[in-house]
Write a protein that binds this ligand. Structure first.
Ligand SMILES: C[S@@+](CC[C@H](N)C(=O)[O-])C[C@H]1O[C@@H](n2cnc3c(N)ncnc32)[C@H](O)[C@@H]1O
Length: 124
């Protein structure tokens, strides 16, 4: 199965991003934002659309399919780390303006029986 087969609707998309970057104003220019759970990138894409040129977005996800989805983002302000957000502490703390954590599983992980997580379909 390819990552694009499964649809994913981001929960609290605008609400979460509004809260993350509200009132950053000019300070957002030099700042780093973190999406600790990239998933299918719904939050990351909206964050990028709101960030000024000098800002950065660093994402994390442990799922190889999330990493494949992230490879489609060509924005130079964006990077992703294929590891758990327990590595957050390795980032330089001084520049971090905000961290978004959308904790849990991503629906394609359970929609696709090939992943072995589905409770609706047989799988490995
Ligand atoms: C609810 S989804 C995130 C959806 C995302 N906000 C979006 O808009 O598509 C949660 C994601 O967290 C990832 N995840 C779970 N545990 C993690 C961990 N310890 N570190 C990083 N990512 C993790 C899962 O693989 C899943 O992709």
């Amino acid at each position: 199965m390819t990552t694009s087969t499964w649809q994913h609707t981001t929960v609290l998309l605008t609400e979460a991003v509004d809260a993350l970057i509200a009132d950053a104003g000019e300070a957002a220019q030099q700042n780093v934002y973190v999406d600790a759970t990239f998933g299918r990138g719904g939050h990351s894409r909206l964050i990028l659309s709101r960030l000024p040129a000098g800002a950065q977005l660093i994402a994390f996800d442990k799922d190889v399919e999330a990493i494949a989805e992230a490879a489609q983002i060509t924005d130079a302000r964006f990077s992703i780390r294929h590891e758990g957000f327990r590595h957050l502490g390795e980032l330089p703390l001084g520049g971090i303006a905000g961290v978004l954590m959308d904790l849990g599983i991503s629906s394609p992980q359970i929609d696709n029986p090939d992943r072995g997580f589905s409770f609706r379909f047989d799988g490995p």
